[in-house]
Design a protein around this ligand. Structure first.
Ligand code: IMP
Length: 426
């Protein structure tokens, strides 16, 4: 059977999926992004060089791999082109190995403006990345005001569409705030038609491309952005992103049947983090939380915001394992916990006086859940040079075994540092 792999985050994003995608890419021919947009930030360190990718799939870093941005992604063309140019400047080939779906939806400056006004105006801020993701997906689902990449390639059509859309957007924006910027349809259509010309060499029907590649026995890796707990349907709604960031997004976001996946690698951090608002039962507000933030360099790749840090939450991750159908685990940043005297794992919640092992579907319920912890001894030594499970201290192995038992899945990869070499395959 042809290898079709999914790499998916099982927490609130930032699980260091980029490193796992990079490690698994040599066994694949195509790497596909199917959800999210420039809100994602994937950092990969290779040969001492650090690459920060946002819209372009991590597979671009490997020769002979096609990097595909599929229809489920929302694209901000200036960012896409800027990222491509940045990679070229570092000696990475970016040409016909980078393919962008003609059906991906386009982010316009009025989406960024709308998001900024909504986040300020509404009582309940989501703490978004401010990249226009929500407004662009709203347009997609609302249908009337959406524009897809393929439409940028026809300047007359684009001008007609923007002349219809922009006055409506201007009125909507004025309804949100009198202070809003106002947009001009003709200058936007000129700007985006020019961007379309630059995108043109990359644009293709990626649904057909994926199916033809599969028929030829090409191996495909799906690179999830964000994490399952940020999924618009299955995450901590409304404190989620606007796309299907679990494996459920693969089918709709790429047109490739997810039942053909042969391997689903769920990526977890050895602890928990989240950025933005929303419930986080195991969050630490003390020196341990600060220690994890500093040691793990837990600052957003896209926004630079400090990430909220806390203990590993097995209740939340069990929910994510279920939704994303993970069949094995990669555990990341285990080395970050090395200095701690003891390490905690949340195994259940206390909710309204009762113990529960279930993840509640409403944010206001999760807000009231108190974590029930199990405490394990720390290992108190540097593990970043370990290259096999046997070399890990006994306490670190016990921690991994406990997580495997709680999640009912084998850990196949342990990451103990950012470099490709700092990885243990189990
Ligand atoms: P949006 O995706 O910009 O709309 O943001 C919605 C929520 O998802 C916010 O809490 C963001 O901080 C979070 N989020 C979006 N993208 C990422 C990511 O790549 N990593 C972690 N959190 C993210």
């Amino acid at each position: 059977m042809t290898a079709c792999t999914s790499v998916v985050g099982l927490q609130w994003g930032d699980e260091a999926k980029g490193k796992i995608v990079d490690l698994l890419t040599p066994d694949h021919d195509l790497v596909v992004r199917y959800n999210g947009g420039p809100n994602a930030g994937h950092t990969v360190v290779c040969d001492g060089q650090s690459f920060k990718l946002s819209l372009i799939p991590t597979g671009i870093l490997r020769p002979n791999v096609q990097a595909v941005v599929a229809n489920g992604v929302v694209v901000y063309p200036p960012k896409f082109l800027e990222e491509g140019a940045g990679l070229r400047a570092k000696g990475i080939k970016v040409g016909n190995n980078l393919i962008l779906s003609d059906q991906a939806h386009v982010i316009f400056p009025y989406h960024l403006e709308e998001e900024s006004l909504r986040e300020k105006a509404q009582g309940q801020s989501i703490g978004t990345t401010g990249r226009g993701i929500g407004p662009c997906y709203q347009e997609k689902v609302g249908r009337h005001l959406a524009i897809r990449v393929g439409e940028l390639l026809d300047p007359d059509h684009l001008r007609r569409r923007l002349r219809e859309i922009v006055p409506i957007k201007n009125r909507l924006l004025r309804g949100l705030s009198a202070e809003t910027r106002s947009f001009d349809a003709d200058s936007l259509s000129e700007e985006y038609a020019a961007l379309g010309q630059q995108l043109r060499p990359h644009v293709a029907d990626t649904v057909r491309l994926l199916h033809e590649a599969y028929a030829r026995g090409r191996r495909i890796l799906f690179e999830g952005a964000q994490g399952t707990l940020l999924d618009v349907d299955h995450g901590t709604f409304p404190f989620v992103t606007s796309s299907s960031s679990s494996t459920t997004g693969i089918w709709s976001g790429s047109g490739f049947p997810a039942r053909r996946l042969t391997r689903i690698v769920g990526v977890i951090k050895a602890y928990s983090t989240r950025v933005g608002q929303g419930p986080f039962p195991t969050e630490l507000h003390d020196a341990v939380g600060e220690h994890i933030r500093q040691t793990g360099k837990e600052y957003g790749t896209v926004t630079g915001r400090p990430r909220r840090c806390g203990w590993f939450d097995a209740v939340a991750v069990r929910h994510a394992v279920m939704v994303s159908g993970a069949d094995e685990l990669a555990i990341m940043l285990l080395d970050v916990l090395s200095d701690l005297d003891e390490i905690r794992i949340c195994t259940a919640y206390q909710y309204e006086g009762c113990r529960t092992e279930h993840f509640p579907p409403f944010a206001h319920q999760l807000e009231r859940c108190k974590p029930i912890y199990e405490t394990l001894p720390g290992w108190k030594c540097d593990i970043s040079g370990c290259r096999s499970l046997e070399q890990l201290p006994a306490a670190a192995r016990t921690y991994l075994e406990r997580i495997q038992t709680l999640l009912g899945l084998p850990i196949r990869i342990v990451s103990i540092g950012p470099d490709r070499e700092q990885t243990i395959f189990c």
